[in-house]
Ligand binder design. Sequence first.
Ligand code: GLN
Length: 265
Amino acid sequence: ALSVGVLALQGGFSEHLHSLRRAAADLNRHVNCIEVRTPEQLSACDALVIPGGESTTLSLVAVQSNLLEPLREFVKVKRKPTWGTCAGLIFLSEEASSTKRGGQELVGGLDVRVHRNHFGRQRESFVTDLELAFLEATPSSSKPPPFPAVFIRAPVVDKLLTDEVEDRSAQNHVATETGLPSPVVKSRAAKNAKVEVLAVLPGRHASNEAAAIGDISAVAPKGDGDIVALRQGNVFGTSFHPELTDDVRIHTWWLQQVLQATSLN
Ligand code: GLN
């Protein structure tokens, strides 16, 4: 059976475990869901979720737990499916801006720069309905119902560090299985996979900084959105917290991708 780990050093790991178990039940699959605190536990995983929390703390505890290098190997050498939410997305980015106390160790894997605390302080947290074209349409509608996205001191992707980009966020675009590259890079020698932009936040939240960055407007459908969901090869990231809602569609989608990629389906 598939073993999916949730990094359990800090932050919202129990909520992710709960959502993953519900998603596995929805798919009628047996999935071992593992709390990961040691390199040994990580090595038992076929895929990993890195939860939200506080990314500088996460980074410090990972270093203390001797997990930083094993995580880098898991994500960037073994290229196992890995999903980061919020602080987890920060941890999986190659660069993070707005770190008050200077640098923080990052795992990397996503060729992007994130802007931490993009929307401001805790009280600027919000929930908004997002159109997520990559989720499958239900039989009764031509596009998937909106997803209630919870943003808590959330980061956004404010710079792409690669030219290899595909915009898949367009709201009228319904993803098909054949249109999706496998989340695992088949040839490990190949250069990095392209960045797929999976969701942008409509313009009302766009910051001046993001709007000023040419890379973003080149890929955002309306030219003014902040990137809040993306994938690059085996690495998936969301700025928001799907584990804090009852809606497990993203967990189910991701588990399906993992099952396909690990050919355990
Ligand atoms: N602002 C946090 C950070 O920079 C992330 C917040 C979250 O994960 N909800 O790490």
